[in-house]
Design a protein around this ligand. Sequence first.
Ligand code: SAM
Length: 243
Amino acid sequence: THFGFTQVAEMEKEALVAGVFHSVAAKYDLMNDLMSFGIHRLWKRFAIDCAGVRPGHKVLDLAGGTGDLTARFSRMVGDKGEVVLADINDSMLKVGRDKLRNLGLVNNIRYVQANAEALPFPDNHFDLITISFGLRNVTHKDAALASMFRVLKPGGRLLVLEFSKPTQPLMSKVYDLYSFNVLPRIGQLVTQDGDSYKYLAESIRMHPDQETLKSMMENVGFEEVSYYNLTQGVVALHRGYKF
Ligand code: SAM
């Protein structure tokens, strides 16, 4: 049946995503720098600048992986605040926890293994939720967005940093060539796992474009949703509020 087929496809996606991140965890940070020429650092910095984090805030860095954003937020929220680094994948969480501990960040960070689709936190809890390069890996994106809305405090904001649709045709061509031809080869060379990076390119192409994601956020209740294109739409930062 159609239902059966969808279920199998969804289970396969979850298993595939789990396999990809178990496989790349150890070299994840290195690969990010190589593949994006270090530009992912600028995209993340832009997101942090839009986060409005203050001392004492409770922040959820969802699908936080190796904790790049958590590290910055931990310094911003101070001793009275808290950052929760949540990820579905224990290999990624472990690499993240080791990295943050080595940076001396220990006081205000909590590590939680969780699925974005069913967050194990109380209602109205966080001042800010970020999901950076995570949403495209989630099978039920609407369920995940609704779950984020639930655990966000009234007045809180959600930031979604994610690959998106390039706005210029030339950039679109170059980018397609790069992600389908160059990227899996770099992945193969560095991690001996070209297939995981093929998945990455495919997941980027499948991900909803700027306007679609904006509507998806509005549909679960987010208000004043807007987005910024970064690097000509290769990446977009969406922001929405819960009032
Ligand atoms: N946020 C980090 C960054 O920007 O560098 C890591 C991004 S990494 C590309 C994607 C992360 O999403 C992985 O660590 C993966 O385990 C996590 N992930 C995938 N599906 C998830 C889900 N359903 N719930 C929570 N995390 C998930």
